[in-house]
Design a protein around this ligand. Structure first.
Ligand SMILES: [Zn+2]
Length: 381
């Protein structure tokens, strides 16, 4: 393997407990080409869960929630959003709000000091008003100036004024920090090296990732991705994880002991390179549809930076909509702290290739491990 990139993560023995939370929200039927290109036959729609994260700092007795998924009363979203989903025939499933999910397992949600929006899109903003007024809302740079106020003061907003009314809104200021993790500007939130914010612009103004140290000696980190990518095919293959000659676990048959030949995917490689991701963030939305990325070129540059972190087996890149995590990870109420020892990164790495079974002419049945059900679009894809 290529020499690993230098990330210069400050040494620390402080850790946080992290749980990946399945918020129960699902968006089903989105057109992938709005998010990434090229179009690959058979990967025709997205059925995406909306993951969030619970962070607990036991030594300091402080806790945070990173992203909130969708609000359960989504019919209260700004009308332009509802109109879009109706027109695009997208199913919205949101049986529970995240506070309910946390409360069901006894989390002391009254004492959560802040909820964090990775960015201010409706599938991450949840309903902060379900949390105590003493719980602050943390947003990324530029959010207040460029995206506030919410609906109805701003009819085009993707969130509501009630999301932050009567609540402290703290905007992260990366310019005030000289810290870098890899090529990301970073902020050490607790001041002890246990949890960082990473400036990860492009998809949306103020997009941030979380980066939590979940074990020390040896170190391991969970990267809370938000929408830094919408599919692992935007991240891999890359220089440090080129498409292998033999892929195990087999992306189509995870229990098979016979590896999947990497050459099966050669026709999908961009410029024929085994070191370039299969997808790029969409520059142009499909005709008649609204662009989803604020700045696609910047989003692509952020993904380049992310690849340096993804090079490491002890860094788990957990994007909000990566349903393949359901096959390899233990979710809330379990903790993700043991992911490195359990080999989640290796198991997850090439799972996304299962989306290309049809494109490569695989004729067997694609099987899943874990409790994930592939969620076919009603009425067929
Ligand atoms: Zn999203």
């Amino acid at each position: 393997m290529a020499t690993l990139p230098e990330l210069n993560i400050p040494a620390s023995t402080s850790t946080v407990d992290v749980s990946i939370v399945n918020t129960t929200g699902i968006l089903r039927g989105l057109d992938p080409s709005r998010f990434f290109l090229p179009k690959i036959p058979g990967h025709d729609y997205l059925a995406t869960p909306c993951f969030a994260f619970l962070l607990q700092h036991p030594a300091l007795d402080r806790s945070l929630v990173f992203d909130l998924g969708m609000r359960k009363d989504y019919w209260n979203w700004p009308p332009h959003l509802l109109g879009f989903f109706e027109k695009a025939n997208v199913d919205i499933i949101a049986p529970k709000g995240i506070r309910e999910v946390l409360d069901e397992h006894g989390v002391d949600t009254k004492r959560i000091e802040a909820v964090i929006w990775s960015h201010s899109h409706f599938d991450h903003t949840g309903d902060p008003a379900t949390f105590e007024p003493s719980t602050a809302l943390i947003v990324g740079p530029g959010t207040k100036e460029k995206l506030f106020p919410g609906y109805p003061a701003n009819p085009n907003a993707r969130f509501l004024e009630s999301d932050y009314a009567g609540r402290e809104v703290r905007e992260l200021d990366f310019a005030a920090s000289t810290l870098r993790i890899g090529q990301f500007r970073a902020i050490d939130y607790f001041g002890d090296g246990s949890f960082y914010f990473l400036d990860s612009p492009g998809h949306c103004i103020g997009h941030v990732c979380g980066f939590a140290r979940v074990t020390s000696s040896p170190d391991s980190f969970v990267l809370m991705g938000g929408d830094v990518i919408h599919h692992d095919g935007e991240l891999r293959p890359h220089h440090w994880h080129p498409l292998p000659d033999a892929i195990l676990p087999h992306p189509f048959a995870p229990l098979s002991t016979t590896p999947c030949p990497g050459s099966l995917f050669d026709a999908l490689l961009r410029d024929g390179s085994r070191e370039e991701p299969i997808y790029l963030p969409s520059l142009e939305p499909p005709p008649g549809q609204r662009a989803v990325h604020e700045d696609p070129a910047l989003a692509a540059a952020t993904i380049r930076r992310l690849q340096e972190l993804d090079a490491y087996d002890n860094i788990l890149v957990a994007a909000a909509h990566n349903h393949y995590l359901l096959q390899v990870a233990d979710f809330f109420p379990a903790k993700a702290n043991g992911f490195a020892a359990a080999g989640w990164t290796r198991k997850l790495r090439w799972k996304f290739l299962a989306d290309f079974a049809k494109a490569v002419g695989y004729e067997g049945e694609v099987t899943a491990t874990g409790d994930y059900t592939p969620l076919p679009k009603e009425g067929g894809a």
